[in-house]
Design a protein around this ligand. Structure first.
Ligand code: NI
Length: 235
């Protein structure tokens, strides 16, 4: 048996053991898993190639650039912000007291998940409206570096009643922290215009008193979300 395994670079336990003092020198103890095993190198190089070509998404159940976990427990979510809307008007969470809001956090350069989430959001708001439930949709950018008032203005025009919110990096960071929204920008400096931003992808339903009611995942789709939100509001 050991003779057969020897063909694959394994052998019987040799009596020698470790050479004294040889542990960390180059070419020290022979390890068949590290040396002279082309299969291992093919596997390693293949894994690196797949990882870099797919942004790592093959290795997880979800795309890591849009995470589905909240950074705060529900009772810790304050939902406070002091930002500027897409018309250039300063807005805070206080301005929306008296109405339900549905808040999404994303960025206008996002190639896939955000646009799809915004379509879902508009469908949900429309479905709720058909049942005479009024919910104000808000879009808070996670990318104030590129999402200027002008950029947001063009973006929100695609959906009825949507209000876009941006601000200084500090104001946006503070808002995201208050909502417990994870965000990591890959910008390599203030002049960078071509980068991705990892962020949590959620709709937050906020009550007329400004408190957090419930979060929802866009991937559940507009029909289910409209039913779930209606239930959260009336149940
Ligand atoms: Ni996105």
């Amino acid at each position: 048996m050991w003779k057969e395994l020897g063909k694959f670079g394994m052998g019987p336990p040799s009596g020698g053991g470790q050479q004294p003092g040889g542990g960390h020198q180059p070419g020290g103890p022979k390890n068949p898993l590290r040396r002279n095993n082309p299969l291992l190198w093919i596997l390693i190089i293949g894994a690196i190639l797949i990882y870099t070509q797919t942004d790592g998404s093959l290795f997880g159940p979800i795309n890591q650039s849009h995470v589905s976990r909240m950074a705060l427990a529900p009772e810790q979510i304050k939902g406070e912000f002091a930002l500027i809307d897409h018309t250039g008007t300063p807005r805070t969470n206080q301005d929306f007291l008296g109405t339900h809001t549905l808040v999404y956090f994303g960025f206008t350069w996002c190639p896939d998940v955000c646009p799809s989430a915004m379509l879902t959001m508009s469908q949900v708001v429309e479905d709720l409206e058909a049942q005479e439930t009024v919910v104000q949709p808000l879009f808070i950018t996670v990318d104030p570096q590129r999402d200027t008032v002008e950029k947001l203005s063009a973006y929100v025009a695609q959906l009825p009643n949507l209000i876009g919110l941006t601000g200084s990096e500090e104001a946006v960071a503070s808002a995201l922290e208050s909502f417990g929204i994870y965000r990591r920008s890959h910008a390599e400096g203030p002049e960078d215009t071509d980068y991705m931003v990892d962020h949590a992808s959620f709709f937050y339903l906020m009550g007329p008193d400004g408190t957090f009611i419930q979060s929802f995942e866009p991937r559940e789709g507009p029909t289910k979300l409209a039913i779930d939100i209606e239930r959260a509001l009336t149940g």
